[in-house]
Ligand binder design. Structure first.
Ligand code: NAD
Ligand code: DAU
Length: 354
C-alpha cells in the first residue's frame, strides 16, 4: 500500500480519487484536517475498504511511527502542507511548523522505518515530496522558465518553508541514501480547490455578485496546470522517476491574472448569464506584499525522460472546473461557512481598492 499525507486537501484528494479509480493498491491517508482538509472531498470513497483515513499530524512522530509499523507502505507521497501564500504573510508560524518541522519529523520516521526494511523492500521504497515552483522565486518578462537547476530564491514565508523542506528531502538522500523524489509544480486548478485561491474564489464571488479582487495591476503571470494532469505526473514520477532526482511539472499555460479572471467571466456569461457581464465585477485592490511577478516552468525533463505531458489545455481545464463548481452547491456551502468568512474578512477588508 501507499501512504498519502494531506490527502483531504485539494491535490491530495484528487490524487486519491484518481489512484483508486485506476489501481487496486490501498491508500492510507494521514491528514491533520486543518481548515484546508475536507473529508467531504473523499465522500464517494466512504465505503471503499481500500482507503484508510487517519487523522494526525506529519510532525507527530509517535503516530507516524506506529502507522508505518502497522501498515508498512511501499511508498510515501507527502502532500501535507500549509499552502496559501496570503495566509503565510498574515501568520507564517504554521508554515514553519508543518512545512519545515513536520517534513523533518516525517523524514526521520521514514528513515528509521526504511532502514529496518528487508533489502528488496528497501530498494523499491520511495518517498515522493510534492513541492512548488515558487521555491525558484520570481521571473522577469523575458527570463527563461524555471528548470530543475534554477537556483532557489524563495520570496514568501510559504515558499521559503517549502524550499527548506525540499533541502531536507535532498539531504536525506545525499546523507542517508533515502530513496526520495521531488516534484516542483506550477499553479494547479480544478475541482475541490478551497476557494481562498484565485480561480475558485473568482468563480464563487462572480456567482454571488461580489467583487472579483485582482491584486496590483493584474499582470502577474502564473503557469496553470489542471489538477488531474498534476496527479498523472506524480504517478509517473513515483513509478519511473530516478531516486534523488527533481522533476519540474507545468502546464505550458502562462496567463496574466487578468486573463484568467476574464476567461472565467466569459465562460460564466455563457453558462450562467447574469443581467450584466461578470467582468463588470472586476475590482483592482492593493497588491500582495512581495508579490512574485512571473512563474514559468520548463517541463522538458519529465517529458523527455519519463514521457509525461499534460492532457488538458487551459481552455478545456478551466471550463471543466467551472462546470464542477456550478454543479456542487453542497460542497461550496459547507466550505464557505464561518471560518472561511473570517479569512475573507481578514485578507480583503483592509485592502484598499486601487
Ligand atoms: P491544501 O492546502 O488544499 O491541502 C493541504 C492538506 O494538508 C490539507 O488536507 C490539510 O489538512 C493537510 N495538512 C496540513 N498540515 C498538516 C499536517 N501538519 N499534518 C498532516 N496534514 C496536514 O494544499 P494543496 O493545494 O492540495 O497542495 C498540496 C501540496 O502541493 C502542498 O505541499 C503544496 O505546497 C503543493 N503544491 C500546490 C500547488 C497548488 O497550486 N495548489 C502547486 C504546486 C505544489
Ligand atoms: O505556483 C504554485 C503555487 O500556486 C502553490 O505552491 C501554492 O500552494 C498555490 O497557492 C499557488 O500560489 P499562488 O500565490 O500563485 O496562488 P493564488 O491562487 O493565491 O494566486 C494566484 C495569483 O492571483 C497570484 O498572482 C495572486 C493573485 N490573486 C490571488 C488572490 C487570492 C489575486 O489577484 N487576487 C486574489 O484574491
Amino acid at each position: 500500500m501507499i501512504l498519502v499525507t494531506g490527502g483531504a486537501g485539494f491535490i491530495g484528494s484528487n490524487f486519491i480519487l484518481g489512484w483508486l479509480s485506476k489501481y487496486s493498491e490501498p491508500v492510507i491517508n494521514l491528514d491533520k484536517l486543518t481548515y484546508a482538509g475536507n473529508l467531504q472531498n473523499l465522500s464517494s470513497l466512504e465505503n471503499n475498504e481500500k482507503l484508510v483515513f487517519i487523522q494526525g499530524d506529519i510532525g507527530d512522530t509517535r503516530r507516524v511511527r506506529s502507522l508505518l509499523q502497522e501498515y508498512r507502505p511501499r511508498a510515501i507521497i507527502n502532500f501535507a502542507a500549509e499552502s496559501h501564500v496570503d495566509r503565510s504573510i498574515h501568520g507564517p508560524e504554521a508554515f514553519i511548523q508543518t512545512n519545515v518541522n513536520g517534513t523533518f519529523h516525517l523524514l526521520e520516521e521514514t528513515r528509521n522505518y526504511w532502514t529496518e526494511l528487508p533489502q528488496r523492500e528497501k530498494d523499491s521504497f520511495r518517498f515522493l515530496h510534492i513541492s512548488t515552483d515558487e521555491v525558484y522565486g520570481s521571473l522577469e518578462e523575458h527570463d527563461p522558465a524555471f528548470s530543475e537547476t534554477t537556483a532557489y530564491a524563495p520570496n514568501s514565508p510559504y515558499s521559503a518553508s517549502k524550499a527548506a523542506s525540499d533541502h531536507l528531502v535532498r539531504a536525506y538522500h545525499h546523507t542517508y541514501g533515502l530513496p526520495v523524489l521531488t516534484t516542483n509544480c506550477s499553479n494547479n486548478y480544478g475541482p475541490l480547490q478551497f476557494p481562498e485561491k484565485l480561480i475558485p474564489l473568482v468563480i464563487l464571488n462572480a456567482l454571488r455578485g461580489q467583487p472579483l479582487p485582482i491584486y496590483g495591476d493584474g499582470k502577474n503571470i502564473r503557469d496553470w496546470l489542471y489538477v488531474g494532469d498534476h496527479c498523472s505526473a506524480i504517478c509517473t514520477v513515483l513509478e519511473n522517476g530516478k531516486t534523488g532526482e527533481v522533476y519540474n511539472i507545468g502546464g505550458n499555460s502562462e496567463k496574466t491574472n487578468l486573463e484568467v479572471v476574464q476567461t472565467i467571466c466569459s465562460i460564466l456569461d455563457e453558462l450562467q448569464p447574469a443581467d450584466h457581464p461578470y467582468s463588470d465585477q472586476i475590482t483592482f485592490i492593493a497588491d500582495r506584499p512581495g508579490h512574485d511577478r512571473r512563474y514559468a516552468i520548463n517541463a522538458d525533463k519529465i517529458k523527455s525522460e519519463l514521457g509525461w505531458s499534460p492532457a488538458e489545455s487551459f481552455e478545456s481545464g478551466i471550463r471543466k472546473t467551472i462546470e464542477w463548481y456550478l454543479s456542487n452547491n453542497d460542497w461550496i456551502k459547507n466550505v464557505t461557512s464561518g471560518a472561511y468568512r473570517n479569512w475573507i474578512d481578514q485578507n480583503y477588508s483592509t485592502r484598499v481598492n486601487t
